[in-house]
Design a protein around this ligand. Structure first.
Ligand code: XMP
Length: 524
């Protein structure tokens, strides 16, 4: 495994992604871990990350001495390169003038790291890389034993190497996609230079994770809030695999779930996995508290508050529980990225069970903390969860509560659930001939929104005044920005006619053609 020491860069997670994509296991730890920790970790190689964009003045951050003494290859990125230079006897010029953006770097000499990796070659035959730079400070003198590995017109030492010791450093960022050969560079480092095997697959991870959970928990009992979402489902399946009946899942149905969702969760966990699941039907309670409330933020607050209330009530009955399990995943583990590179571990923001552990006095069990979303999905499949559950679109914690505009009513929820199910069913069943994938797979999130306005329609001889449903389907990689999906007309036509014919009470369907920004994905 590879150790990544984090100096507080915002893209450290991307380094981990690259390494994992090379099928090598890695972990990120703060730059100030002890020498003993590093020896115990016994990495095959170490990567030193960059540092936060605004911390050029904080150039006191150093790598522990063990990094240099361990005898394994080290790769320094950006700030990691600078600290390598300083600590090994080179020179760095600190500056507040930043170089930011695209650059072309020339590779020098033959190095194990960059040899044969290039985007194009110059007329003289020099290998050239298209890279992404973001730095102010730079190395101005190589440490003893190092040779030049890369340069750009404005950064004469953009890469350096001491091949005898296996020390490499790059001023640019191979972890961002703008550095076209970035993946190749990380793969070269971890697989060839470090000799890591590339055998990081989910099957092996299960055994390791199961072992860890057993050690952590011992004979104590664990509770977990099951939401039907991917993360809590996979966490539940994994923990159940590890400790069986020591785990109790509490599934709170707030009455704002998708069609048959509650049934599916119970069938899977109670039925197939034989896990202990307490199914709490709290829909009356939630709907009661939502009565007369139309402000979206207030609705969210109420749903969150009631969720905590219900969960707590159930948890208190499980008097032996000592642990609260959560499906926190790697991207949820917030890094402050500030000058001290301390990791602030927060409970999932956006999440319904925020604030639970303090009030319950339970210890936190978070077995997915090291995994990225797609790894969580792979793990879910390896644990035997159905792919349709694991590859489901994300669903907001407040559920249909924020997809019924304004006041939430039980009959609105009924109508919306059925319309939404028709939309999703058709997306799943319609295959795009160009890619061979379903439109469900081709979209990142798709759903129906209930508009509590009545529009006129005609049915038979009479007029109708019925509700309107808007369909929303977006494509996005990070949910920060999103494009509306260009669904085929034939698909929209079918969905529209099915909803209007099958869901009495809805007589008009529209398609949302707004991108984010400025619109958001959800309507509230
Ligand atoms: P927006 O609407 O902000 O949504 O573009 C971005 C992503 O966040 C989800 N979302 C929520 N998830 N609780 C959640 O758990 C919420 O209150 C909430 N609001 C939005 C949304 O579904 C999309 O995936």
């Amino acid at each position: 495994k590879i150790l990544i020491l984090d100096f507080g860069s915002q893209v450290t997670q991307l380094i981990a992604r690259r390494v994992r994509e090379a099928q090598v296991y890695c972990e990120i730890h703060p730059n100030d871990v002890s020498d003993a920790f590093i020896r115990e970790f016994a990495p095959k190689g170490i990567i030193l990350s960059g540092s936060h964009a605004s911390t050029y003045e904080d150039h006191e951050l150093r790598a522990p001495q063990a990094v240099w003494d361990l005898g394994v290859p080290v790769l320094g990125i950006c700030y990691g390169m600078q600290t390598m230079a300083v600590q090994l006897g080179g020179k760095v010029e600190w500056s507040d003038h930043r170089e930011f953006g695209y650059a072309e770097a020339r590779a020098h000499g033959h190095t194990r790291l960059l040899d044969g990796i290039q985007d194009f070659a110059t007329a003289e035959g020099h290998g050239m890389l298209k890279v992404w730079m973001s730095h102010g400070d730079k190395v101005t003198a190589l440490p003893p034993g190092f040779k030049l590995m890369a340069s750009t017109p404005t950064c004469p030492i953009a890469g350096m190497a001491d091949e005898a010791r296996g020390f490499y450093a790059l001023q640019f960022h191979p972890e961002v996609t703008h550095t076209l050969q970035g993946q190749a560079i990380y793969e070269r480092f971890v697989r060839q230079v470090c000799g890591a095997k590339g055998d990081w697959i989910m099957g092996d991870y299960i055994a390791e994770a199961v072992q860890k959970i057993r050690e952590q928990v011992g004979s104590e009992e664990v509770i977990l809030g099951l939401s039907g979402g991917v993360d809590s489902s996979v966490a539940a399946a994994l923990i159940h695999r590890a400790i069986g009946d020591q785990l109790t899942c509490v599934f709170v149905d707030h009455g704002l779930l998708r069609l048959d969702e509650g049934k599916q969760v119970m069938e899977m966990f109670a039925g197939k996995l034989h896990a202990r699941v307490v199914h709490v039907d709290a829909s009356e309670q939630f709907l009661g508290h939502l009565q007369g409330i139309s402000d979206p933020e207030q609705k969210r607050k109420i749903i969150g508050r009631e969720f905590v209330e219900v969960f707590q009530r159930e948890a208190k009955q499980l008097v032996n529980a000592k642990w609260l399990a959560q499906g926190t995943i790697y991207p949820d583990v917030v890094e402050s990225g500030g000058t001290k590179t301390k990791k602030a571990t927060t409970i999932k923001s956006h999440h319904n069970v925020g604030g639970l552990p303090e009030t319950l006095g339970l210890k936190l069990l978070e077995p997915l903390r090291e995994l990225f979303k797609d790894e969580v999905r792979e793990l879910g499949v390896a644990l035997g969860l159905p792919p349709a559950m694991v590859y489901r679109h994300p669903f907001p914690g407040p559920g249909l509560g924020v997809r019924i505009l304004g006041e939430v009513k039980k009959d609105y929820a009924e109508l919306l659930r059925r319309a939404d199910a028709i939309f999703i069913e058709e997306l799943r069943n319609t295959i795009d001939p160009a890619s061979g994938k379903s439109w469900y797979a081709l979209t990142s999130q798709a759903f129906a929104v209930f508009l509590p306005v009545k529009s006129v329609g005609v049915m038979g001889d009479g007029r109708t005044y019925d509700y309107v449903v808007a369909l929303r389907a977006v494509q996005t990689s990070d949910f920060m920005t999103a494009d509306w999906a260009e669904l085929p007309y034939a698909l929209l036509k079918k969905v529209s006619s099915r909803i209007i014919n099958e869901v009495r009470g809805i007589n008009r369907v529209t398609y949302d053609v707004s991108s984010k920004p400025p619109a958001t994905i959800e309507w509230e």
